[in-house]
Design a protein. Sequence first.
Length: 176
Amino acid sequence: MPGRSGCHGGDGGVGIKGELIMRRTHAAGIAVLVGATAAWVVPTAAVAAPPDIRVTARETSAVYTDGGRPGESPGDSFAFTDRLMKNGERVGRDVVNCDVVRASRRLFVLQCVGTLTFKGRGDLTVQGKLEYTNNGDDRNTLAITGGTGEFRGASGEFEVVDDGGPTRYRIFLDPV
């Protein structure tokens, strides 16, 4: 037979019983391989990326603690809360805590962790670095590190846009 090695062929010394076992083993191996490939490929193709979530943040409270040298400096911390708004309606809130890691005339860098709570949906947690410059057009991307409720097991990216107007958040969730 074309494409068969001597160990599977007629004079390979395997015998009919051995040939059937090898065929079954080969067929089973192909079935497992095809099944594993389908399990690996199909979910990826079948799962569509969730739509991104866009909200505007309206600050409700903020506290700056000067823990380093006097004035803005490493060692300071900043905590704030916002109302999360979409089309004029409140859809949630956030609680964020940041530590100042660099403060100069040109650059202000914070390391932040936050929780966004969406009414009736659950929480998203985010973490990462925010960098602010003097040009007033700052976009920062943090990691989505988890979630609860509808967002259980969430991952993805959390974009913060500060361009002189209201702060906007854009949330890009990875497909689950």
